[in-house]
Design a protein around this ligand. Structure first.
Ligand SMILES: [Mg+2]
Length: 407
């Protein structure tokens, strides 16, 4: 079964949220879908997928590992973690989809079979910046989300130095939290905690924004909130800095969405620098690699919680690994996007009481609705997509994080 073509589909049914799907076709008429959405760089990724075609067309679509290794080593001059592992992820997911369809089995069956009957999720309410610093609204959103059946919530409670009107700045620079910012983040989390009760599971995401001193001060200030984890408290490049945070903050730590392939995780896990990891199946190296990273974490008695703030194909792919991973905490989602997923995929995920249940269908278990993909297809290079009509969660701003409405 030879690969005959590879296509990219960038579609944006929610303004500001372009999702990059990858379709692998074969000479037996079976196609698979993958995803490597990364909102700011979809253009680069689309061209990277295009550049793989001469390498992959004609290869045996059933040789998933051979293709994984071929791409990884072909680009090792670039360091095949990060950009290249995004490309690998989309291809790998699509190839597993093809294998499942050919064999008539869900991917989790091909990985050894399920160890659970559902995959528990955690979801989001608005962050401090996207929520304009309105802690009362965050508390309302948390209460509504809990009532909808979700059992765990994450939020970024940290204001930017320039105030919430500056929006979500992301990790473009290492930020400092001043005493006012720490007070505001504590007030945000205290409001959310009061809304959901003492025993509800809450996580805090710092989006790799802060210097060590800020991270330690903020982490200590939030200890009383009883968090499941503090996520990416500092910029990701320095493991000794992470150790310094760990030794000074009595909150479990989680990292992973900016770490790629098993090699990025080896030292972190062996040095026991974190308590949870959150690889993204669409970035870390696909289904094959998420499975291997999970096994590495299992050795260290650490749970995984796949990162997922992308389109529905990545959730479907992560779900397949979660079904067969013993050391799972929860899979991430943004449940406020599910009404859009419902239009974009068939069948929609079977979400019950904050978990996804398997549908038993082969491969990923879902198909893209190509009429919807085409209706919202965008050119990521022109950025004209920001002006398209669509079922907005908020007005087109380009600030994708603002779509975390929470209600
Ligand atoms: Mg995060």
């Amino acid at each position: 079964m030879k690969i005959t073509d590879i296509k990219t589909h960038v579609t944006m049914p929610i303004n500001g949220l372009p999702w990059l799907f990858v379709q692998v076709d074969t000479d037996e008429g079976v196609s698979g879908i993958g995803e490597c959405t990364d909102y700011g760089v979809n253009g680069h990724l689309s061209r990277g997928i295009e550049a793989l075609k001469p390498l992959l067309i004609g290869m045996d679509a059933g040789q998933i590992e051979n293709i994984w290794q071929t791409i990884f080593h072909k680009y090792d001059d670039l360091n095949s973690r990060g950009y290249v592992s995004h490309l690998i992820s989309a291809i790998d997911i699509a190839l597993w989809d093809i294998k499942g369809k050919v064999l008539g089995a869900p991917i989790y069956d091909l990985l050894g079979g399920p160890v659970r009957d559902r995959v528990p999720l955690y979801t989001h309410i608005q962050d401090y910046n996207s929520g304009a610093g309105d802690a009362d609204a965050a508390a309302d959103a948390a209460r509504i989300t809990k009532e909808a059946g979700y059992q765990a919530i994450k939020t970024d409670p940290f204001p930017t130095a320039s105030g919430p009107e500056a929006g979500f700045s992301g990790p473009a620079e290492v930020e400092r939290l001043d005493p006012k910012g720490i007070r505001q983040s504590v007030e945000w989390m205290d409001a959310v905690r009061a809304a959901v009760g003492d025993d509800y599971e809450l996580m805090v995401d710092a989006h790799a924004r802060f210097d060590v001193a800020s991270a330690i001060q903020a982490g200590v200030a939030l200890e009383h909130v009883n968090l499941v984890w503090l996520e990416e408290p500092i910029h990701v490049e320095n493991h000794n800095a992470l150790r310094q945070v760990r030794e000074n903050v009595n909150v479990p730590l989680c990292i992973g969405e900016r770490h790629f392939t098993r090699w990025d995780y080896t030292e972190i896990l062996q040095r026991r620098l974190v308590d949870y990891i959150m690889p993204d199946v669409a970035w870390c190296g696909g289904i094959s690699e998420l499975r291997r990273i999970a096994a590495q974490a299992e050795v260290q008695q650490i749970r995984i919680s796949p990162h997922d703030a992308l389109g529905p194909v990545s959730i479907a792919a992560g779900f397949q690994v979660c079904m067969t991973t013993p050391n799972l905490y929860r899979q991430e989602c943004l449940h406020t996007w599910f009404p859009v997923f419902e239009k974009l995929i068939s069948p929609m995920f079977d979400v019950q009481d904050g978990s996804i249940l398997p549908n038993g269908k082969p491969g990923l278990g879902i198909e893209l609705n190509m009429d919807v993909v085409e209706k919202y297809r965008v050119d990521v290079d022109t950025r004209e997509y920001l002006n398209l009509d669509g079922p907005n969660i908020e007005d087109a701003t380009g600030q994708w994080i603002r779509a975390n409405g929470g209600k």
